[in-house]
Design a protein around this ligand. Structure first.
Ligand SMILES: NC(=O)c1ccc[n+]([C@@H]2O[C@H](COP(=O)([O-])OP(=O)(O)OC[C@H]3O[C@@H](n4cnc5c(N)ncnc54)[C@H](OP(=O)(O)O)[C@@H]3O)[C@@H](O)[C@H]2O)c1
Length: 282
């Protein structure tokens, strides 16, 4: 199989490349090689390469900055996937696109988690642009997978690495306790995509995070404990923490749709353990 991966320097792209290149011909493009906002360039490139799959890992992911740069974020997160979908349709490729839990408002009761059929309603600029991307994909091709993920970490700069660094050098860190979701290891999201492709599951939207739900505060407690870091973690509210984007309070995603198709998804605690083994070379 021939696979085109966009946004090649990104965190998820690295994991997707490593997994799929073992068994497939993989072509990776960064923004300099293929800018997904350039419709003509995307169509010409895809017509030349003729991939079986296009895996779009390119995105504008700076959630707070997007509040002041929504037009640029929208070009990348909204128009870009639309261009890839048009190109995919021309060569009959399947488009794998990555979206986010932030397409939801987050005002769901905490006992519940969002299903793929629940009403969307983003409350951040980033979320609006990603929702535009989902619509652009659906409007331009039928052969697509949209995997909505959340709180991603993997190789490179990420929340665990940043907080671990702070925990080792400070007596106290403050972490938000009122946002609920699922931390997701790039390896595990990649494995979900891999299984979905292998099993040829029906096209559509899938919630694709690690299993189980937590808060940023409890998540930090867990990986500090696993690394014997004795730093005090003070829980704070989103109101106290103050960030530009108003993030959803509950963006818990139900994985039942994938699980019912036999897709295996590890828990977030198991994922953190495996990630730390790699990160700390244990
Ligand atoms: N990170 C998270 O917590 C999270 C949560 C939910 C969903 N997601 C989604 O998961 C996917 C992967 O995220 P990630 O964290 O791996 O992203 P990332 O590390 O920020 O990588 C995104 C990549 O896209 C590239 N890019 C930006 N504009 C581009 C363009 N016009 N054409 C081609 N490439 C372009 C970036 O290049 P430059 O760096 O050179 O600009 C970067 O290498 C994204 O769709 C994201 O929205 C992420």
């Amino acid at each position: 199989m021939k696979i085109l991966i966009t946004g090649a320097k990104g965190m998820l792209a690295q994991a997707v490349k490593a997994k799929f290149e073992k068994e497939n011909e993989v072509i990776c493009t960064d923004v300099a090689e293929l800018d997904i906002t350039d419709e003509n360039a995307v169509i010409e490139y895809v017509k030349e390469i003729k991939p079986d799959y296009i895996m779009n890992c390119a995105a504008y992911t700076a959630v707070d900055n997007a509040e002041d740069n929504e037009p640029l974020a929208d070009k990348i997160n909204g128009d870009g996937p639309g261009n890839l979908a048009k190109a995919a349709k021309i060569v009959d490729a399947t488009l794998v696109h990555i979206s986010t839990d932030y397409v939801f408002s987050g005002d769901l009761e905490l006992e519940k988690s969002y299903t793929e059929d629940d009403k969307v309603g983003p409350v951040t600029a980033y979320g609006r642009t990603k929702l535009h991307g989902e619509e652009a994909v659906k409007n331009n091709t039928d052969k697509y997978y949209i995997f909505r993920t959340a709180w991603l970490y993997g190789e490179g700069k990420n929340f665990i690495r940043t907080m671990t660094g702070l925990g080792k050098t400070h007596d106290e860190v403050k972490v938000v306790m009122d946002q609920h979701g699922s931390p997701t290891y790039t390896e595990d999201l990649t494995n979900i995509i891999y299984q979905a492709v292998k099993k040829n599951i029906p096209y559509g939207v899938y919630h694709s995070t690690n299993q189980g739900f937590t808060t940023w505060y409890e998540f930090t407690q867990e990986f500090f404990k696993m690394q014997d870091i004795n730093c005090k973690i003070t829980p704070v509210t989103s109101e106290e923490f103050k960030s530009k984007a108003h993030r959803p309070a509950n963006s818990q995603l139900s994985k039942d749709k994938l699980l019912n198709l036999g897709i295996e998804i590890p828990t977030w605690q198991d994922a953190v353990k495996r990630y730390l083994e790699v990160e700390n070379n244990i």
